[in-house]
Design a protein around this ligand. Structure first.
Ligand code: CA2
Length: 147
């Protein structure tokens, strides 16, 4: 379904808004979903919004996004560890915009490396939940091309 955007969230993001608000803000994952739904509605796009604490399940979610407009992916800690997610993105040929709530480059060194970035169309970090909306805007215009 080319007019669908998949927003996929990785481990612990189900806890958003309950702890570490100084890092991740006060918004809950339900708030993120509402913001994504509003952005998709503005663009006439359908939304599939999912979260998993399991790497393999996220691989399955990526495979299930085949044929969509693209994916907004906050892989959370798997960003920094997962060859499997990077392989899945390459295998399915999806347009992926990598999103992080926090500015990972202002944090610990282990967060500076991403296995996702080399296979992503673009990366947004440090803008809180606005990053998800901006990623959807990018996917909605010019087929996800950011130039
Ligand atoms: O900034 C982001 O969005 C991250 O992807 C969040 C991940 C972190 O491992 C990445 O380096 C950057 C962590 C998500 C954990 O979410 C929590 C939510 C509430 C309380 C504690 C953790």
């Amino acid at each position: 379904m080319p007019d669908t955007v998949h927003v996929l969230n990785g481990p612990n993001l189900n806890l958003l808004g309950t702890r570490e608000p100084e890092v991740y803000g006060h918004a809950t994952l339900a708030d993120v979903e509402a913001a994504c739904r509003a952005a998709c509605e503005r663009h006439g796009l359908d939304l599939v919004f999912r979260q998993s604490n399991h790497e393999g399940e996220l691989v399955t979610f990526l495979q299930e996004a085949r044929g969509s407009r693209g994916v907004v992916l906050n892989a959370a800690a798997y960003t920094h560890t997962s060859v499997a997610l990077a392989d899945a993105i390459k295998a399915v040929g999806l347009i992926v915009v990598e999103v992080h709530l926090s500015n990972v480059f202002a944090r610990e060194a282990f967060r500076h490396h991403s296995f996702i970035s080399p296979v992503a169309r673009g990366v947004i970090c440090g803008l809180g939940i606005d990053g998800y909306r901006l990623a959807i805007d990018a996917l909605a215009t010019a087929g996800g091309k950011i130039s």
